[in-house]
Design a protein around this ligand. Structure first.
Ligand SMILES: [Zn+2]
Length: 71
């Protein structure tokens, strides 16, 4: 379920989303080869280009294990 104008993080168990209409501005990164979006929570600090965490290194890879609350 995606609301119009908003995007959701594709990582399982992650509820991050971006929806400008509702004032939610979580940074979601889109991969050129993929249409999925992943929020910044799944990247280590070293994978970011800048301090604000708005730009990723070209070879950054998301860490899909980072939010495993159930274990
Ligand atoms: Zn996420």
């Amino acid at each position: 379920m995606s609301e119009r104008g908003g995007y959701c993080c594709c990582i399982h168990n992650c509820n991050s989303s971006s929806n400008p209409k509702r004032g939610i501005k979580t940074t979601l990164f889109r991969f050129p080869k993929d249409t999925k979006r992943v929020c910044k929570l799944h990247f280590e600090n070293k994978m970011f280009f800048n301090f604000e965490k708005t730009r990723l290194q070209p070879n950054a890879v998301p860490n899909f294990q980072i939010r495993n609350k159930s274990m």
